[in-house]
Write a protein that binds this ligand. Sequence first.
Ligand code: SF4
Length: 96
Amino acid sequence: MAQFGSVTERLANNHFEPDDEESHIEVDQAAARAAGVGPLLVRICPAHVYSMGEDGSIGVTHAACLECGTCLAVAPPGTLRWHYPRGGFGVTYREG
Ligand code: SF4
């Protein structure tokens, strides 16, 4: 396994083209709060896209998204709107 480097090292080889005008991830804060999904999103996202504010709101740093779809798979219906980034934006995998 060491011959391939750590996961962190391998992820660092990826290229990100962030869309500064439009986020491809939107959280319905009221629905997410009612469902209590914030801590789960923070825990499962491999790119640490989600964060919890002191007021219980969920922060999103969409530019770091790996487009794995895990958050979409676990979020209760109506709490998250997610689509792939617009053409030309997002992650480009360079390894693996
Ligand atoms: Fe994180 Fe994957 Fe969701 Fe992107 S798609 S925000 S990397 S869990």
